[in-house]
Design a protein around this ligand. Structure first.
Ligand code: SF4
Ligand code: ZN
Ligand code: ZN
Length: 310
């Protein structure tokens, strides 16, 4: 059996229970946790995402990705607090259990968790929006992005971090490349600076695969909610994710190389022209003063619509 590559040569090297094909690395469980957190630290530093002196807010959904991110940042000594949004999805089950998972994690880490509710603050939940559109995930994503940006600024955080990981990033890169979606590609970077009313955003898990995250969550016994959102739609993304997985299985390391080479070789060229690729100008919402592509902004329009209905 292969031995852990990181156990000290002087000691008896433990048998490797884990093998990371993309890194050709056999590891014992203990050194897997060590490797995972060091790999995260290197990502944060190499993309200059944030420092230990800054106020960091983690968008916590209750699922494994965001809990892993929160745990690993805290273990590395980053002062990260959490924010949970109650989306009002099957209130007595999915949203409630998600909130409990987020709260259990906050207790475990001894860190503050901000609890926000779409319905209480804006007058609608995601199920109401579901009745308006079949593409609920893109609308839900847009609502969450804008709401989280507002919340991070209001709560005084310098950077908002999310649990997007390599599988998300590589498969959405592939999908957008196949459609030559230049507007998207020119903004595809794991850290986006604070500008024009947006708080800085970062995706520190962008170099970790979903499998590595799952393993970390299991070994650390994190209290994540295993069920996914019941409103999740069958999108094209899983198809691209599956294609990436097949490539990865044939040639381990492809996913990471594909993504990192994009960031290194193609992103700088596209980013230099990003203003030209924008199809709409960025405005300021006349109602709430937030940056938006239309005025009133999406949240203000929805808020008004549901206020008028009630
Ligand atoms: Fe929103 Fe779709 Fe995620 Fe459910 S799966 S929380 S509807 S984006
Ligand atoms: Zn070891
Ligand atoms: Zn607005």
């Amino acid at each position: 059996m292969a031995r852990c590559r990181l156990c000290r040569p002087g000691e008896r090297r433990k048998p490797a229970e884990i093998y990371l094909p993309a890194h050709r690395l056999p590891l014992c469980r203990e050194h897997f946790l060590y490797w995972f957190e060091r790999h995260l630290e290197r990502t944060i530093r190499s993309f200059r995402m944030f420092t230990r002196e800054e106020r960091i807010l983690v968008a916590v959904s209750g699922g494994k990705d965001s809990l892993v991110l929160w745990q690993a940042l805290t273990s590395l000594g980053y002062p990260a607090d959490g924010v949970f949004i109650d989306l009002g999805i099957e209130e007595n089950t999915f949203s409630l259990l998600s909130q409990r998972a987020a709260e259990a994690m906050a207790r475990r880490l001894g860190r503050p968790l901000h609890l926000l509710s779409l319905r209480k603050e804006l007058g609608f939940g995601i199920p109401e929006l579901r009745r308006k559109t079949r593409k609920i995930c893109s609308l839900c994503g847009a609502v969450k992005r804008q709401y989280l940006n507002r919340a991070a600024k209001r709560l005084g955080y310098e950077v908002l971090v999310t649990g997007h990981h390599l599988d998300d990033e590589a498969s959405s890169l592939l999908g957008n490349l196949l459609q030559w979606n230049l507007k998207y590609l020119a903004h595809k970077y794991p850290v986006l600076p604070a500008e024009r009313g947006f708080v800085r955003k970062a995706k520190p898990l962008c170099r970790h695969s979903g499998k590595e995250i799952q393993l970390y969550a299991e070994i650390r016994k994190l209290p994540f909610l295993p069920e996914g959102c019941p409103l999740a739609e069958e999108a094209r993304r899983p198809f691209y994710a599956q294609m990436m997985e097949e490539l990865e299985e044939k040639t381990p390391g492809t996913k990471l190389r594909f993504y990192l080479d994009y960031l290194r070789k193609a992103y700088p060229l596209l980013a230099a022209h990003k203003e030209e690729f924008m199809d709409r100008e960025l405005l300021t919402c006349e109602n709430c003063g937030e940056p938006a592509v239309s005025s009133p902004c999406l949240l203000c329009r929805l808020q008004e619509e549901f206020r008028a209905r009630s």
